[in-house]
Design a protein around this ligand. Structure first.
Ligand code: URA
Length: 263
């Protein structure tokens, strides 16, 4: 009961931090009738069906990625990799955040702001992401490392094609192997499909722990949630994103990766 109370309070605080200024629900509550049902319980345990990363790597990039022995070398390898996306983009968007962070976030691809600044998640969705992270005691200046599946902005911000994802898959997998995160948070459907594979979309996969296996690293617990850009368009999904963040926070606390504030 106390946990439920704390979780409701935290959700309320988050809604206000995320800019919710009206108390609307998805369905009108029956205030005179039965009590409003409690939200679905937060999943604090970790069902972890092991899922091997699909190896649909493109050989053109696979050798180049495998030869990169450090993050700096990987950045240089990507910068030097000849692809049409590089021709239309302004800046390489490699990563941002704390190099020693044990939590790695992976988004889809840079947008216009990221392309200009050469950093991931600096536009509107990045600002929302920072507020989401702050609500569970995380920040890129302290304990988060962020990158994307694609390091170059697709022209016109279009969704990356399957061929582009396959081309850059070896680079992101090498990026994971070199960074060696203890946990991964996937942001949105593209990152989820690229790294977890499978037939199920983000709607079904989000909020559940899976293991990603990369090179010879131990399986890395990975959870997916809605992309912040989707949350900007669909505020009603913030409730689910909040549940996912609580699940992540719980795992980080269990792993002793604090300090995380009491919520
Ligand atoms: N969306 C992403 O997926 N990544 C970014 O860096 C910016 C927006």
């Amino acid at each position: 009961m106390e946990t439920e109370h704390a979780s409701l309070l935290a959700a309320l605080r988050l809604q206000s931090e995320w800019g919710a200024d009206e108390a609307l629900d998805d369905t009108p509550p029956d205030r005179g009738g039965a009590a409003v049902p409690a939200p679905a319980p937060v999943r604090l345990t970790r069902p972890a069906p092991s899922l091997v990363v699909p190896a649909a790597a493109n050989p053109a990039s696979a050798t180049r990625a495998a030869n990169a022995g450090s993050l700096d070398a990987l950045r240089a390898a990507i910068q030097g990799f000849d692809t049409p996306l590089r021709e239309t983009a302004t800046n390489l968007v490699f990563a941002d955040g704390t190099p020693s962070a044990r939590l790695m976030l992976i988004g889809e691809a840079p947008g216009a702001d990221e392309d200009r600044q050469g950093k991931p998640f600096v536009g509107l969705s990045g600002q929302l992401l920072d507020r989401m992270l702050a609500s569970i005691g995380l920040s890129r200046t302290e304990n988060v490392y962020i990158t994307n599946i694609l390091p170059w902005r697709p022209p016109g911000n279009r969704t990356p094609s399957d061929a582009e994802i396959a081309l850059f898959l070896p680079f992101i997998r090498r990026h994971i192997a070199l960074h060696r995160p203890r946990h991964i948070l996937l942001l949105g459907g593209t990152a989820t499909k690229a790294l977890l594979g499978g037939k199920e979309g983000i709607t079904r996969v989000r909020g559940r722990w899976r293991d990603i296996t990369v090179e010879d690293l131990a399986p890395i617990p990975t959870i997916a949630t809605w992309h912040p850009a989707y949350l900007l368009r669909t505020p009603s999904a913030k409730r689910e994103a909040w549940t996912d963040l609580l699940t992540l926070r719980e795992a980080l606390a269990e792993a002793g990766e604090g300090p995380l504030p009491k919520i």
